[in-house]
Design a protein around this ligand. Structure first.
Ligand code: NI
Ligand code: MN
Length: 236
């Protein structure tokens, strides 16, 4: 049974996803491609990329933002300070937002939501403030609501996402160490009311020890499905 109604969602390893809507809008979430050890070698977008959504400033999320800009000339969406930094690096098209706000692009409504994590950019000899870390809720015409939490700990205000947006599909980190692990992610899935969870942010580095089987174990009896994609795998 298809999950979507014409949309495709490809996991590129770690927290990076590429999605195309039925109406042809293409979105890259967290541009970490060439230097992402989990990303399929030589991955290229099938055509254009309209939007790049950045969750926060850490290198394993925006490490290839500038090369993506040069190749695809997309519009970068992120928290205000982060898009300001991208603009200072020569990125022409940016949309700076902040937590709780939304931005409409054709058939996609992008809501920036809270995450519990740090955010900064490693500059030359100094650490650059990059605002706070964020997640995204994507309301796409004709599709189930999608939640990408970004890097985050579990927090009880995730229940507000259920009330406000009712996401059905959630991309949640399970690796532990830098984010929540499988047990907390299981509770996060319940808090947001997801029916399907796509585990992410695991296996990339030795510290990220959480695994989808553990998430599945903690979700036993909950009627929440774990969709265990391989890097490069596409959900339709
Ligand atoms: Ni991070
Ligand atoms: Mn990370």
């Amino acid at each position: 049974m298809p999950h979507f109604h014409g949309m495709t969602l490809q996991w590129l390893g770690h927290a990076t996803f590429f999605l195309e809507t039925a109406q042809g809008t293409s979105i890259l979430i967290d541009p970490w491609i060439e230097s992402n050890p989990s990303c399929p070698k030589g991955w290229k977008a099938p055509g254009k990329i309209d939007l790049v959504l950045c969750t926060h400033g850490h290198g394993d999320h925006i490490g290839d933002a500038l090369s993506m800009d040069q190749r695809y000339h997309p519009t970068f969406v992120g928290i205000y300070e982060l898009t300001g930094w991208l603009a200072s690096q020569g990125v022409k098209k940016t949309v700076g937002m902040n937590l709780g706000g939304s931005y409409r692009f054709h058939d996609v409504n992008i809501c920036m939501v809270e995450a519990k994590h740090s955010s900064s950019i490693e500059g030359k000899g100094a650490v650059i403030y990059a605002g706070v870390a964020a997640g995204y809720v994507l309301q796409i015409e004709g599709e189930p609501v999608l939640y990408h939490s970004g890097d985050t700990a579990l927090f009880s205000d995730m229940k507000l996402l259920r009330e406000l947006y009712a996401p059905e599909v959630a991309c949640l980190p399970i690796g532990d160490h830098f984010t929540m692990g499988p047990r907390a992610a299981a509770l996060a899935a319940e808090y947001v009311g997801a029916r399907e969870v796509i585990p992410m942010h695991y296996g990339t580095f030795p510290q990220l020890t959480g695994r989808p089987e553990e998430l599945r174990h903690h979700l036993q009896g909950k009627e929440i499905e774990v969709v265990d994609l391989q890097p490069g795998g596409i959900l339709r």
